[in-house]
Design a protein around this ligand. Structure first.
Ligand code: ARG
Length: 288
């Protein structure tokens, strides 16, 4: 027959995938939310009139650090600077591939000062070379490393010419994806890399052409539901096995679990007031 019964049958017959392999140890760069605030609005989530609870933000961030360390990963920190309330979102500060660093160039003047802080941190930590983008480029907010390829968002912050610069300086082919929904202004708000050949994403955040491209590159991808995207569920950190994601994204947690991943829920409602989540707070230091 057709209809729901048939769908159920198909579901029960679907093979249960084997657990994904043990993750390797990762190194992440985070920044304490010491000066975190919503003082300006550069994305639709930000409302400077709405109070932010600094102590709660600090607790939520500490919990994220503890979760990442608990999974066996190393957490390094960059010192927060006064006057840079979004510096907690280290994912936007750079992209790191094989120890090579491309430091961001922020679109908005309010965040411009973060780039120099990242440049100093990377130079001090011994990374070489440390390039700085000459075009608007918001680091891992828009450039997500997936195996030997970079998936890159454009439309709101990082531009397509900046993708080409990243390809040249980081030495990996870059796939340009067009973001179309202002609530999902960075690629990492609508797509997360689960493994070298696996992603999860919310298709409506992308143009029709980019949706087709993603469907071709990742026919087996996890497609999130609107409700999970709306609570920033795609803003997830995956070490190849564990998926650290906002607790409210229960549908996505079930979907990745069914694929053999381990969902690890965290709560970051204060950071969400700035349009950020666990992935925005976490920059991966690859091959350092
Ligand atoms: N308020 C910040 C901005 O709009 C939030 C950045 C979130 N980071 C991210 N990787 N999506 O720039």
């Amino acid at each position: 027959g057709t209809g729901p019964d048939r769908e159920l049958l198909t579901m029960t017959r679907a093979p249960i995938p084997p657990p994904v392999p043990e993750p390797r140890r990762r190194r992440y760069l985070l920044c304490p939310p010491t000066h975190f605030a919503v003082d300006y609005a550069i994305n639709p989530w930000m409302d400077p009139g709405r109070p932010v609870d600094g102590a709660a933000a600090e607790r939520q961030w500490r919990r994220l650090c503890a979760v990442l360390r608990g999974l066996g990963h190393e957490v390094a920190t960059v010192d927060p600077l006064p006057g840079l309330p979004d510096m907690v979102f280290t994912a936007n500060g750079a992209t790191v591939v094989d120890g090579r660093v491309l430091v961001a160039r922020f679109k908005h003047a309010e965040r411009a000062g973060e780039a120099a802080a990242h440049r100093r941190w990377f130079a001090g930590a011994g990374f070489r070379p440390v390039h700085t983008a000459s075009l608007v480029n918001e680091g891992e907010g828009d450039l997500l490393v997936a195996g030997r390829r970079i998936l890159a968002g454009s439309g709101f912050r990082t531009t397509a010419p900046a993708h080409r610069e990243a390809q040249r300086l980081l030495g990996l082919p870059v796939v340009t994806l067009q973001l179309v929904d202002p609530r999902f202004y960075h690629l990492d708000t609508a797509l997360a890399v689960l493994g070298d050949d696996q992603i999860m994403y919310w298709p409506p955040a992308f143009s029709a052409a980019s949706r087709r491209l993603l469907a071709t590159l990742y026919p087996d991808a996890v497609r999130g539901a609107a409700a999970d995207a709306a609570v920033f569920g795609l803003n997830a950190v995956c070490d190849g096995r564990h998926v650290v994601l906002p607790r409210a994204a229960t549908g996505l947690a079930a979907q990745v679990h069914a694929r053999g991943y381990r969902p690890v829920p965290v709560e970051m409602p204060e950071l969400l007031k700035a349009g950020g989540g666990p992935k925005c707070c976490t920059l991966e230091l690859r091959g350092a």
